[in-house]
Design a protein around this ligand. Sequence first.
Ligand code: MOS
Length: 763
Amino acid sequence: AAQAALQSAVQMAPDSWMPGGRPDPLIRERHGYTGRPVSRVDGAVKVRGVAPYAAEFPLDRLTYAALVFSTVAKGRIATLGTAAAEAAPGVVLVMTHRNAPRMQPMPLFMTSEKACGGNDLPIMQDDRIYWNGEPVALVLAETQAQADHAASLIRVDYVAEASVTDFGEAKAHGTEPGQFMGQPLKYGSGDAEAALAAAPHRVDARYTTPRHSHNAIELHAVTVAWQGETLRVHDASQMVAHMAWSLGHVFGLAEDQVHVTSPFVGGGFGGKGLWQHQVLAAAAAKLAGRPVRLMLSREGVYRIVGGRTVTEQRVAIGAQADGGFDALVHTGTVAMSHHNVLPEPFILPTRSAYASKTMKLDVEVAYLDMVANTFMRAPGEAVGTFALESAIDELAVAMDMDPIELRMRNEPDTDPTTGAPFSSREVEKAYRDGAARFGWAQRGTPGSRREGEWLIGTGVATATYPYYRMPGGAARITLTRHGHVTVDIAAHDMGMGTATAQSQVIADRLGVSMEQVTFRYGDSSLPGTVMAGGSQQTAAIGAAVVAAHRALVTELLKLAGNDSPLAGLDGDAVGGRDGGLARLDDPTRHESYASILARAQRDTVVVEASAPMPLETMHWSMHSHGAMFCEVRVNAVTGEVRVSRFLGSFDCGRILNPKTAASQFRGGIIMGLGLALMEETQYDERSGRIMNPSLAEYHVPVHMDVPAIEVMWTDVPDPHTPMGARGVGEIGITGVGAAVANAVFNATGKRIRDLPITLDKLL
Ligand code: MOS
């Protein structure tokens, strides 16, 4: 079956994964490593505790930083008492707006190619306060305990000014259309409201999702040192090249005067970009003339990093008796600060999910004086699929139709909003295979399955996340006479297995063993500007490696010359095999890398190339999908919800490494269980302050909350992506909220439209 799928993928793409390119041999051939469950190449150093994280670099004369956060949402600092802190034991420096160096605001995320600031506010430049929790003072001391103690001695009084911290008040002031990546979050086709009103079957419901805060296991941390005019930064980052450029902008330095490394990261999820703590650490290091380590406290992450914003969504669907949609409406409002760029784009999944005769999609923004909200795993899709996929379930119940059948009747032939053909879309297969494995057919009606106090139900929802590939990919390949291959690229491994999966593909591409491959990443001085975000890093690296490999083959053929069995061959006619190059249609015409380099009297060959522009997304509608199946047990006495089974059936193109991909899927689903059942930032609408900034009061799933999660996939290669793969990082969280809510309905007959589904809502 896999072979047949590969064949059909090739036929669909006679010429390329990319307009104007040539076929990627990895689409057509199965090699030794690609698709195998290889264990993580960085696993051993992590398990042994010798992998250095950002807060673990022991620099000479290191100082430790602690921050003081504002307690009003807007206003001015009236008095700032720092004398006691300055006199406290071990204190090296107290930095406030009175002595901080002059700095530019951070360049705001997505406003230019390498900009990655989470907000664009002045950083400790004057006495103004912009949000409740903003850093107002930084203490440097000889130890962390001394810094924390001295910070507690700082006294700040404020003159508060009128602020908008209440979502209702913000909406009353009027909303503005949301924008995402330069595009309005608005789409219309036909008169959807009229079609809805005329439809024989309809649902029209309102759903809400709360604020969520970032809680990567590794706290945001940075260790910085000024070396002359160069700034050396050990960061926990999902975007080292962006960091170097953006920090350079803040301090008036060229990007090559800022060297950012981030070899190990304990989770990112969209939160590990540039925030004020890295800037403040660098400023304090400059002022003190000593290196600085700043690791945010857990509270500090809540105060200055922010997270996913609150949404209120309406989904209305009008359908004919056969289930076909006449109208699909998905609109609503999100909260956002004036100083960031992410209006939680909850309509993104709805753009391409279903065919409908008419459609209306719209995200409106209400502005609050609050910590900047930001990207958080599948921004848009994670909460948008909760509303959309809950509404589909509600319609299926209203029409007494199987919810999978209802979805299949609305599978689009081409992209519903752009008309573009899908690059690859195996939604039906994901559902069919998932339903068989899960035992969907055994499903009952609400309230019909009960074991003692426990009501049992099942639910399903579609998961979806787009394929992206951002520009800026570049890679350098160094090949030695001994056949060792080093690939350098400013990319990231935050725990998802980047280095492992890419080493597999590189080994296959060059025809060497994995032991002969070194993948170097997490260093801004390496080629490329590749963000580990948008689930696009694998494709971005893959495209850069394909380009660099082509340059390598060209160079090797030149070096091979007329005495080689490869003489006269064109780069398109050869590929890597058995430690050398071979003719694709006649592998006996082969010469080893060692032989080519020896004859040319070379020890190494070094090539560097940039990835082609990501034109594939202009030609095709490119999305991954999944079918999420959930079984819950709801206690009829206490309202407690326990997820007892979960299956994710995914269609994400070729799976490069089933072991690391399965972990990505499971991790996303676990985060989705948190979104469904417990995660909620308690935000005080009166003061704009986050009231539960700790893992004791902000609940995420623990092992006891997570059942065995089964994952499976179609493994149908996408003919229009560099390696046949689409991303696997974010799709896992999508659809989970609705799958759980739909299962809760099937168990209890109660429809919960407001996340999280806590027990009080079920009693
Ligand atoms: Mo992700 S929210 O693009 O790290």
